[in-house]
Design a protein around this ligand. Sequence first.
Ligand code: CP3
Length: 342
Amino acid sequence: MTIRILEALRGQRTPTLPVWFMRQAGRSLPEYQQARKDIKMLDSCLMPELAAEITLQPVRRHNVDAAIFFSDIMVPLRLAGVDVDIAPGVGPVLGSPIRSRQDVKNLPTPTFDDAGMIAEAIRLIRAELPTDKTLLGFAGAPFTLAAYMVEGRPSKDHLRARALMYSDPTTWNTLLSWCATVSNLFLRVQIEAGAQGVQLFDSWAGSLSRTAYETYVLPYSRRTLEEITVPRIHFGTYTNQFLDLMAHGFEAVGVDHRTPLDEAARLVPDTVLQGNIDPALLFAGQDALHAHALDVVRRGLAAPAHIVNLGHGVPPTTDPGVLTELVAFLHDIEIDKLTEEE
Ligand code: CP3
């Protein structure tokens, strides 16, 4: 039996395209709303049966090729003892934002008191996941985590975080190193319990210049991967200016909808590409969506292999039926015929 995602991550083409969606588990699904009602987001991530159920919901409904572990990039912070919550409709909020050298010094030791519930959730998922599907674990990259920690809540431009980076590089480096350690631990717990691949989310790295990314961020993203033994995907948005740096040490890079995949393939010629259907097209009607998806697939032929995904997460207002139909449409594409037509 072929496990399409793992084949693609080895750089091999499969007759049928592998597909999954970032944020496939979550608010677009009524069964998620039902399962999580009255339970806070971060609490639900620490309840193994519930986290396993929510992880499996989109696989059952949409027949996607991967389950992405239902958790959050902020979970390792909670496990390490940081006062963090996810406010409904807002996002991650810290009790005390980390803004000074002293704040960074006061951070708890970057270890987990107990991550048994994470391992248990992963084992429950693997026990139920069909063997032709892949369980992907994930973690937040140090910059994206630090952006939330310094700002204390979601921010568009990450001004405070970037200011700290330039004004006090030593404190910044200590903070990023702390983030790299907790995300690395989070990945290792998931892998030891059965995650078959991992994605590192650096969703907000695109607010950095190439030089800033290379100097202040990349060394820590690489450190997050230490002793990671399964295939790795690196995702960010607005990352054209340093996609080549992001690809190094990773089997695959995720590309947002702004960069056509044939252009991305020129930037990172030997790297598997993941992406990059524009989430807006999920609201544009079937004809427009199919035409766009087919264009994405054709451009993706320029890469050694292609895992179809959105350019960013599933918007909460998405009609789940549109996603189910899109997976079927993508699975029906005969890649060999498409190549011959070129
Ligand atoms: O389906 C999946 O992708 C798996 C689970 C998952 C969640 N968050 C669940 C979640 C994953 C992989 C993440 C990663 C994550 N979390 C990222 C990187 C991906 C990205 O979208 O760029 C980031 C930046 C976060 C931090 C975070 N957590 C944000 C910005 C938000 C959204 C705030 C909001 O409510 O709009 C969250 C909350 C969150 N994480 C939800 C889910 C299902 C929504 C919780 C709810 O139901 O209210």
